[in-house]
Ligand binder design. Sequence first.
Ligand code: SME
Length: 144
Amino acid sequence: MLVKQVRSILDGETDPIVAMANTSAAIFYSLPDLNWAGFYRVVGGDLVLGPFQGKVACTRIKRGRGVCGTALDAGRSQLVPDVHAFPGHIACDSASRSEVVVPVRNKNGEIFAVLDIDSPVLGRFNEDDLALFEAIAKEFEVLS
Ligand code: SME
């Protein structure tokens, strides 16, 4: 359902900001127990806050820092059941207890953003959730 919705958001849309904005809203209002859903864009090799739903967040994250910077640096998704157990976790919203971050690639395979989903519930996300967020990120591979 959600992947189909994101596909239709990206259908004929070439502006990544538009796609990220509506995808954040689609995720945030479709899934239970989330306190933040959104994107950080890769700018100059580091991460800069992009479209999101949730409370005011950290604006800039260095590559390799926190869960988001680790996902960018490793080029791999991060599933964090307990953010307090993740070394270097950046607490933007103190309510966050678990988190998933997925790299978002364009049609050339370059990571141009990361998708970050936070929950106030410990261990909120499982492998199925991770697969869902990775499928959502994959829809962005139509962008150049
Ligand atoms: N917790 C993230 C920072 C982003 S906020 O959660 C929105 C991190 O450690 O990268």
